[in-house]
Unconditional design. Structure first.
Length: 447
């Protein structure tokens, strides 16, 4: 990685612009873009679907299949970025490696991106090459070897695709019937065609936490630990700081430093751990800002996104402390929503010391994160109560006009025969508005 990016920052949309290209345009990418623009960087957001969160705030955006190496190369050549930041796992990493070889800076490195998108590679690197402590695990690439892996690890077992994110394809098998369904779930949830799965011992942990680890020009720094709760392998609640003993924190920092040193590069890494019977166990790692780290938007003077940018631009990284205990809670929908709208926002923001991030995703499926509440307090327990109350006030509703067209026209015809002239005029205005908004549906029927 070049050490010169932060020495001279250009002007956005000018010939001397310092351009950041984001591969992945979700809610974390959106925060990266917002932080980057505070430093005067030109931002280019690349996503797999239109109107993704980061696209809504970036200077430029592209919609491509990021597993298509040729498409990734074309966008990179068009944008000519100073920095390429992968924000998701499903990326053509072989192409990133080639682009890096040609002189482009990939954050933290193309190798780190490749290793961490694959649970098999990162687990082998952490446990077998670096030697950190993990739970028991085994890999399988066929139904037969999968059954052997489950027999070796035992039940209950956690079954995941080796390549996936946000809990997709992950499930817990408690008995033989669930063992079979877990295999199918993992295969269907994979973001690659390798077909490989990891079978892990279900760790009966006391808590789980993330250690946001910042590799920068002057060494390695750590954010105070962030505790979190997951459901189905996906973040739901986080809080910072998370209580650890001095020995536990030292142990976690040592493991995080060793693994990230092996990966190399600069930037922030989200290193996840379990705490079981006072023992710290390595779980997973992401070479980018972490969803549990959304708490740093309230807790720290510089958020994880600010620190990430400072590190990759080789700007100073100060001592990192929690200014005020903070908690977050994800706003998750339990049903599909075609055109999301949010009610209860005023009530949610009436909770003391509470803020919201509504991600602006163009549609939702069941289980999708659509926003997050962030609250500060004198202690994390109070902050967690505040975000829980805030999220409970919000409903995600569908603003899609869904009344069957024939039913609508029958009702409208009855209204138009009403003797009140003013009502007829109001209905005529309403009809014209609906024709403009729903032209395709209106044209399909006659009065």
């Amino acid at each position: 990685m070049s050490s010169t990016h932060g020495r001279r920052l250009g002007t956005p949309e000018a010939e001397n612009a310092t351009t950041l290209l984001l591969l992945g345009s979700g809610e974390l990418g959106k925060e990266i873009v917002l932080s980057a623009q505070q430093l005067g960087l030109e931002t280019v957001a690349v996503g797999r679907y239109e109107r993704a969160p980061a696209m809504q705030v970036a200077h430029q955006s592209y919609t491509i299949d990021m597993t298509d190496g040729a498409a990734v190369r074309q966008v990179v050549k068009q944008a000519d970025p100073a920095l390429i930041i992968p924000e998701i796992e499903a990326i053509a990493t072989d192409e990133l490696k080639q682009l890096e070889h040609e002189g482009y800076d990939v954050v933290p490195t193309a190798r780190a991106t490749r290793l961490t998108m694959d649970r098999e590679r990162i687990r082998e690197l952490a446990a077998e090459e670096v030697g950190v402590t993990t739970g028991d695990y085994a890999f399988a690439d066929s139904h037969e070897t999968y059954r052997e892996a489950v027999a070796e690890i035992g039940t209950p077992a956690v079954v995941k695709p080796t390549m996936s994110s946000s809990g997709k394809g992950q499930s817990v098998a408690h008995n033989n019937q669930q063992v079979e369904s877990a295999w199918n779930t993992a295969r269907e949830g994979s973001r690659s065609d390798t077909g490989r799965v990891i079978v892990e011992d279900l760790v009966n942990f006391d808590s789980e936490f993330t250690l946001l680890t910042v590799r920068h020009e002057d060494g390695t720094s750590f954010c105070p630990p962030t505790g979190h709760i997951q459901e189905g392998g996906d973040y739901r609640v986080s809080w910072q700081p998370h209580s650890l003993t001095s020995d536990q924190l030292t142990n976690a920092q040592q493991m995080a430093r060793e693994v990230t040193n092996e990966l190399g590069g600069h930037g922030i890494f989200g290193v996840e751990f379990f705490l079981r019977d006072e023992e710290v166990l390595f779980s997973e790692l992401s070479p980018r800002p972490h969803d549990t780290g959304l708490a740093t938007l309230g807790s720290q003077r510089l958020s994880q996104f600010d620190l990430h940018l400072r590190a990759i631009l080789d700007l100073p990284v100060p001592n990192i402390t929690v200014e005020r205990p903070t908690a977050t809670k994800a706003l998750v929908v339990d049903h599909p929503v075609e055109t999301p709208a949010y009610t209860g926002v005023s009530e949610a923001l009436s909770i003391p010391e509470t803020n919201l991030r509504l991600f602006g995703k163009p549609e939702a499926y069941a289980g999708r994160r659509m926003g997050v509440a962030i609250a500060t307090a004198t202690d994390t327990a109070t902050a967690r109560d505040r975000v829980a109350e805030s999220v409970s006030q919000i409903d995600v509703v569908d603003d899609t006009w869904s009344e069957p067209v024939p039913t609508f026209w029958a009702r409208l015809a009855a209204w138009l025969h009403h003797p009140d002239v003013r009502l007829k005029e109001s209905l005529a205005s309403l009809l014209w508005f609906m024709i403009r908004c729903n032209g395709n549906e209106v044209k399909s029927e006659r009065i």
